[in-house]
Design a protein around this ligand. Structure first.
Ligand code: PMV
Length: 336
């Protein structure tokens, strides 16, 4: 096949999306080799629109933050670099591309906004040239973008947004292929996410934890072990459909996250408000020091919890649920 032909788009315009995500249990400890559980959040998503352009090269427009990027091989911006790597992967040599990236995922809030933008971009490009990629390949490509934004990412964000389903995740210490499992869900679970509205780059909280870990290895290893055990217990609670037990686990996980110094007054306020309004349990979710918290709720208290979060100044409240499925592959429904 000639390069020209290979560079020809398959369809004139393509839209691709990727969901946001929330970590149910295991953040921070996952960076140190412990397991974590993450859920895709369909109510907040990134979207890529890909069109053929008349001039050669790649233009990426980010209307949400009023930015326009241009370039191809020599480019430095991580989104252009990711586009270039994806095109190399699918063997497109001379792209003429006009790309728009938009997102309803709050930035720097623990919802995987960077990874979701990357996954939408990679999927959109692959579909545009008629060469869809499997989730593992999308995830591997997006991991490089995560490294730029996060420094030492565990890989959980790129994985959950690329697979778009709830996952049990453990990073591979050698760095090649992580251990990944679909979760068994024994009964429906309802969750409410509250956004503090405080932006907190994950790179900073991860670096802070690393500094404290280096200064006091014994204490931090103990905290990470405890989080690992809570994450395993959360997996059992999900498979048994035990919402009460899951609530206790989330509360305990939040307490350990406070001890490792990644909570904040705003997060504690929302977590407290959710518990007082009848949530079965609540914790911060993601990097912490701002960003989001997550509560597990029974159907009778969902409304009271979301109202309490709004009264406690949540910038945004998102309802999401996990439904049982016979195969153990779980579709996730969400609404705002
Ligand atoms: O992107 P965030 O803020 O949800 O953080 C991801 C979870 C961490 O464990 C804090 C970092 C990582 O790379 O796993």
């Amino acid at each position: 096949m000639s390069k020209d032909l290979r560079s020809r788009p398959h369809t004139p315009i393509v839209h691709a999306t990727a969901p946001g995500k929330a970590i149910l249990c295991g953040e921070h400890a996952v960076v140190y080799g412990h397991p974590a559980i993450a859920l895709p959040i369909m109510a907040a998503a990134a979207r890529a629109t890909i069109r053929a352009a008349s001039r050669q090269g790649i233009t990426i427009k980010l209307p949400d933050i009023n930015q326009r990027l241009r370039g191809h091989r020599s480019a430095k911006h991580p989104l252009i670099v990711l586009a270039g790597r994806t095109l190399d992967h699918i063997n497109v040599a001379a792209p003429h591309l006009d790309i728009m990236l938009q997102s309803t995922i709050p930035i720097a809030s623990g919802m995987g906004s960077g990874a979701a933008l990357g996954a939408a971009l990679v999927r959109g490009l692959a579909t545009f040239y008629g060469r869809p990629l499997d989730p593992a390949t999308v995830s591997t490509l997006v991991y490089e973008l995560e490294r730029f934004f996060h420094g030492t990412p565990s890989g959980i964000d790129n994985t959950v947004v690329s697979y778009a389903q709830p996952i049990w995740y453990r990073r591979d210490k050698g760095g090649s292929s992580p251990h990944l499992e679909a979760l068994q869900i024994g009964a429906p679970f309802g969750f409410i996410i509250g956004d503090t509205g405080v932006r907190s780059p994950t790179r900073m909280t991860v670096a802070g934890v690393r500094e404290r870990w280096t200064a006091d290895l014994r204490t931090y290893e103990r905290h990470f072990d405890q989080i690992g055990q809570l994450t395993s217990a959360a997996r059992d609670a999900l498979s048994l459909g035990d919402t009460i037990r899951l609530g206790h686990i989330l509360n305990e996980n939040h307490a350990v996250l406070e001890q490792i110094g990644v909570s904040s007054p705003e997060l504690n306020r929302l977590v407290g408000a959710a518990r007082e309004a009848g949530a079965l349990g609540a914790k911060l979710s993601g990097g912490g020091a701002g960003g989001i918290m997550l509560a597990v709720v029974g159907p009778d208290h969902a409304l009271a919890v979301s109202e309490a979060l709004r009264r406690a100044d949540a910038a945004r409240v998102i309802h999401t649920s996990l439904e049982p499925s016979p195969e153990g592959l779980v579709p996730l429904g969400s609404h705002e």
